[in-house]
Structure formats: C-alpha cells, structure tokens
Design a protein around this ligand. Sequence first.
Ligand code: AMP
Length: 216
Amino acid sequence: MIIKPDGTVRRRVSALVLQTLLDKDYRLIAFKEMKVPKSLAKMHYAVHKEKPFFPWLVDFISAAPVLAMVFEGDDVIQGIRDALGATFVQRASSDSLRGKYGIWAGINIAHASDAPETATTEIALWTEEGGLKESSNAEDQAREYIQRYISSGSDFTFELRNVVKTAIEHNDTSTQVLASLKDLFSRDAEGISKKDTDTLSEVVFDFIKEEVQKKS
Ligand code: AMP
C-alpha cells in the first residue's frame, strides 16, 4: 500500500489513514517514507501506460514523498480496499478513507494492491527499485508517526476540495488557484520541502487545467 503525495504531505491525513489500518489488527511489516523516482513510478503504473492519464499519474506519484508499506493479515487486500473505498473520490462512500480525505477524482490519497498476485509483484518492485524492506520495527515507526502527526490541526480536505471543485466548475485556471493549492498543501507538511509541496500543487493544477480543457 502507498499513501500518495496528497495524503503524505498532509501529515494528519496520513496519520489518520495509518491509525485506521493499524486498528484493524493487520501486521505492518515494512514502512518507508520516500520520494518515488520516475522510473519506479512508470514501472508501478505500467498497466496504465496506454491510458491518456498515464503521464499525469507518473508525475503525481513522484511529485512529493509517499509512505510505502506492506501489511500482512487475513483478507488484508480486501480489507484495505474496503477501508479506502471507491477509486474515484466522488464515488467513495463518505465513511471510507477516500470519502473522508480524498481530494478529487484520482487524487485519492492512496494506492493498494488489488490481488495477491499484484501485491507480490508490487512488493518485489518496491523492494528492488524503492529500497522498501521488511523490518521488525515497522509498526513502531508507524506508531511514532501517528503520535507525532495525528493531532496536528486541520486536514484541509474541505478547503482543497473546494479549490479544485470551484476551479473546474468556473473554468478558473488563474494563478490564484495554483497559489491556493501551494498554500494549502504546505500547511501541514512538516519535514517536507516547499519545492515538493509546490510540485504537487502544480500537478494538481495540471489536472484542473485538463478537466477545464475537456469541457471546452
Ligand atoms: P488503479 O490501478 O485502478 O489503482 O488506478 C491507478 C490510479 O490512476 C488511481 O488510483 C487514480 O489515482 C488514477 N486514475 C485512474 N483512472 C483515472 C482517470 N480516468 N483519470 C485520472 N486518473 C485516474
């Protein structure tokens, strides 16, 4: 499972996602905060390489740090997918993690393997290309992360959704929209560089521009 940049740069959101999953009694056996190299992003999303949104997807997951993890447990794949909710944020039920904290469409806070075979392939890929490795203290690291970030102010989901939704509805691709995204993504981003939160904002802004263009 990967908490994507839009979840990780909002420290409280990633802490809340982690807490929800640890509460389900899955074992966390690997945990790593990392920037995703474009080469790994392309391999991870290779199944989508013919899709029009592939270049955007690669830019999105490599824009700012992610949390890469391996969970283990009975029915863990289905359990995590159920907890996350539908892929597209607007279709995710309001009590799911994406329904609560996802921003818009595919800007959906997390990726989770969809079957044992994909989990095996993805774990091997992230181990070889991303340096993810099993560790006996993965769960301790995650609990420390939760403790450090869970009570940090707002998660800014409402504000970010509002900026994206309003911009698309009003065909607003002005620099003010980008400035708002940069501001909101930097508010709860302790330990993450301004350069990374700015890059993530630009990728979300690209998504807005594409949506506006599709309408014209
Ligand atoms: P999946 O392999 O189904 O998890 O899809 C990969 C990711 O691609 C999703 O989690 C979304 O972030 C993104 N995605 C899927 N469909 C679209 C789409 N039509 N436009 C933009 N992003 C998409």
